[in-house]
Design a protein around this ligand. Structure first.
Ligand SMILES: Nc1ncnc2c1ncn2[C@@H]1O[C@H](COP(=O)(O)OP(=O)(O)OP(=O)(O)O)[C@@H](O)[C@H]1O
Ligand SMILES: [Mg+2]
Length: 218
């Protein structure tokens, strides 16, 4: 059974159709890349999967049940979307990394936060840093940690390595692949064609709001 199915999805804004006739079955454990020209509808597709926007036609099924039968907060805890332009809130990095614990009313696990910072090639001195003092690539990694510190069921990544140098991009790729191998389903928008072949089992190409090609690698 698919973990996520998009059936005949249409999404419009005003009179403009942004996505149309989208049919997609995603299996548990898939690692899928989404490619396509700028403006083709890739981010909009992930926003639909993340329940941030709603289609005007068609339905989305998660674990056999329609999206609209779930509590949106529960859905967002299980389906985690890392946005294209990371947004940090509060004053410092600590505010951002404690947030996932706070919304779940869990005890803040400082050790886990430090562990994740280290995994992503950052250290604990970042915790007190002002959110405005970080580079684009540092912000991207903090936003990723915020999304990953509780393992999601489905991880939606929107060009999350665009601000990173080669070495850090590879590091993120390795960490995401490890999560995928431990059972997390990954859907990743990437402009990097080398990346889109190396770690994925499927590639979906979008053009002018339609899926024009679906390739299976292994
Ligand atoms: N809220 C919105 N209002 C109006 N138009 C929108 C809105 N969101 C997206 N669009 C339009 O829908 C189209 C698809 O946008 P989307 O962000 O999904 O593209 P994309 O494939 O992710 O592009 P990029 O590679 O540049 O990130 C674009 O033409 C965009 O202008
Ligand atoms: Mg986009």
């Amino acid at each position: 059974m698919s973990i996520l199915s998009l059936k005949n999805i249409k999404y419009s804004f005003g009179n403009t159709d942004i996505l149309e006739g989208i049919n997609l079955d995603i299996n548990k454990g898939d690692c899928i890349s989404i490619v396509g020209k700028s403006g083709s509808g890739k981010s909009t597709l992930l926003k639909l999967c993340a329940d941030l926007v709603t289609q005007i036609e068609g339905e989305i099924i998660y674990n056999g049940k329609n999206y609209n039968t779930y509590n949106p907060i529960d859905l967002r805890k299980n389906i985690s979307y890392c946005v294209q332009l990371p947004y940090l809130f509060g004053d410092n990095i600590c505010d951002n990394l404690e947030y996932p614990f706070k919304i779940r009313k869990d005890k803040i696990n400082k050790l886990k936060i430090k562990e994740y910072l280290n995994k992503f090639n950052l250290d604990e001195s970042y915790l007190q840093k002002d959110i405005n003092s970080l580079s684009g690539g540092e912000k991207q990694r903090i936003a990723l940690i915020r999304n990953l510190i509780y393992t999601p069921d489905i991880l939606l990544l929107d060009e999350v390595t665009s601000g990173l140098d080669y070495q850090n991009a590879k590091l993120v790729e390795t960490l995401i692949k490890e999560m995928n191998e431990s059972g997390v389903t990954v859907i990743w928008i990437t402009h990097n064609l080398e990346q889109s072949e190396s770690i994925f089992n499927k590639r979906i190409c979008i053009e002018e709001g339609k899926i024009i090609k679906e390739e299976i690698f292994k």
